[in-house]
Design a protein around this ligand. Structure first.
Ligand code: SME
Length: 156
């Protein structure tokens, strides 16, 4: 019997290859982010909300996403998404209710992962944000594969 971590890695690897193929069709970053959100949201288990927040003139605004209607703008330097941008790192939050300043767009969310999205110069342009109803849903394996997946957004 394969353990859950191995199964999750294999699933992410399959989705990575599928996305790599799908994203070849255009280099438009909005189309690519929309495709990534849809594939992850519908193929991974336990994703309540899957999408992007993008920096636009100093504001953090919602981009392509799947799931319940979300906040359009996140209050400056508040919550998990801004923390990922400011600290330039993946944020894994096992219990969002314990995260200072967490912004609850949907009361059903209990854990969250935020992965910075960089452009081809390495500047952070936003984040991939995923919420789950389960506590402690995300770990380093999610971080590792989601980082590989978001790197496809700017791949030639
Ligand atoms: N929880 C996020 C806000 C976005 S929603 O999760 C979709 C945050 O604290 O930044």
């Amino acid at each position: 019997m394969k353990d859950l971590t191995t199964k999750k890695k294999e699933k992410y690897q399959r989705l990575f290859l599928q996305l790599e193929d799908l994203l070849k069709k255009t280099n438009d970053i909005t189309s690519r982010m929309a495709t990534i959100s849809a594939v992850l949201h519908h193929k991974m288990d336990g994703f309540l909300w899957t999408g992007f927040y993008l920096i636009r003139q100093g504001k953090l605004l919602v981009g392509p996403y799947q799931g319940p209607v979300a906040c359009q703008e996140l209050k400056h330097n508040t919550g998990v998404c801004w923390a990922g941008i400011n600290q330039k790192k993946i944020m894994i939050v096992p219990d969002v209710h314990k995260f200072p300043g967490h912004i609850a767009c949907d009361g059903r969310s209990n854990s969250e992962i935020v992965v910075p999205v960089k452009n081809s110069n390495g500047d952070i342009i936003g984040v991939l944000d995923i919420d789950s109803r389960d506590f402690d849903h995300f770990d380093e394996v999610d971080g590792e594969y989601l980082e590989k997946i978001v790197s496809l957004i700017h791949k030639n």
